[in-house]
Design a protein around this ligand. Structure first.
Ligand SMILES: [Zn+2]
Length: 245
């Protein structure tokens, strides 16, 4: 990902400062697909998007993630590393356009894998109706005994089948880590939200980078583009020289 150069990263960071979590996820996803418009980005299934965010993370900061979580049992704060090297492959079953087909009894249902937009829309309705709202958005076609069915009422087994097929086809939509607490030994499930994780890292990186620019511009009179064009190694070297002087 050669296009992930410092200027583009700082531009994404600057735009993200004034944005919310969804806007930041969109900006980060844009780094994975340079030139893509918001419409294209928002039509990508959530798991596919997260796979692309993991790829950006690997390119920028490596495959190993430091994750923090609190033990659900004793409250102990845990820190552990997670290797994201193997993440990023598509699950089976989804077609190119992200639709999946399931059969359950006399039912045949074709549905789209949920996108960030779908989840956000379903997230605005009360908990017990959220799943129905998500299905209403994502079911493309439903047939019972060969005849088309309209309306939201899919029987429970069909809904469960859809949820399972969705998870299998878009496995990264929900990255859950199972970690054993070093204090009490109980296992805790920790969700890893790569969009907010990567945003926090980009934010720290950007602030460090701007500090480097400030120090080098002050010492040498170089412009921001000149300093950003230096390799990290050379930048570090000049900073050491400034500190020694
Ligand atoms: Zn514990």
């Amino acid at each position: 990902m050669e296009h992930l150069e410092a200027g583009a990263l700082l531009a994404a960071w600057e735009a993200g400062l004034a944005s919310d979590d969804r806007g930041r996820a969109l900006l980060l996803h844009g780094l994975a697909r340079p030139g893509a418009g918001a419409g294209e980005l928002l039509s990508v299934p959530v798991g596919r998007r997260d796979a692309e965010l993991f790829a950006v993370r690997r390119a920028l900061f490596g495959a190993e993630l430091e994750v923090r979580a609190d033990c659900a049992e004793c409250g102990e704060e845990m820190e552990f590393s997670f290797d994201a090297a193997g993440l990023g492959t598509d699950g089976p079953g989804a077609t190119q356009d992200g639709t999946v087909r399931i059969e359950e009894g006399e039912w045949t249902v074709e549905f789209r894998l949920p996108t960030p937009d779908d989840l956000a829309a379903a997230g605005t309705v009360p908990g017990d109706r959220a799943r129905a709202a998500l299905l209403a958005r994502c079911v493309v076609r439903a047939e019972r005994g060969g005849g088309p069915v309209t309306g939201p009422d899919l029987p429970e087994p069909v809904q469960r089948r859809i949820a399972a097929a969705s998870e299998a086809s878009d496995p990264l939509a929900d990255v859950t880590l199972n970690v054993a607490c070093p204090a009490c030994g109980k296992a805790t499930r920790a969700e890893l939200d790569i969009a907010s994780y990567l945003w926090a890292e980009l934010d720290a990186w950007a602030r460090d980078t701007l500090l480097d620019v400030h120090l080098l511009a002050t010492a040498y009179g170089w412009s921001e583009p000149e300093i950003l064009a230096l390799s990290p190694l050379r930048r570090r070297y000049y900073l050491e020289l400034c500190a020694d002087a």
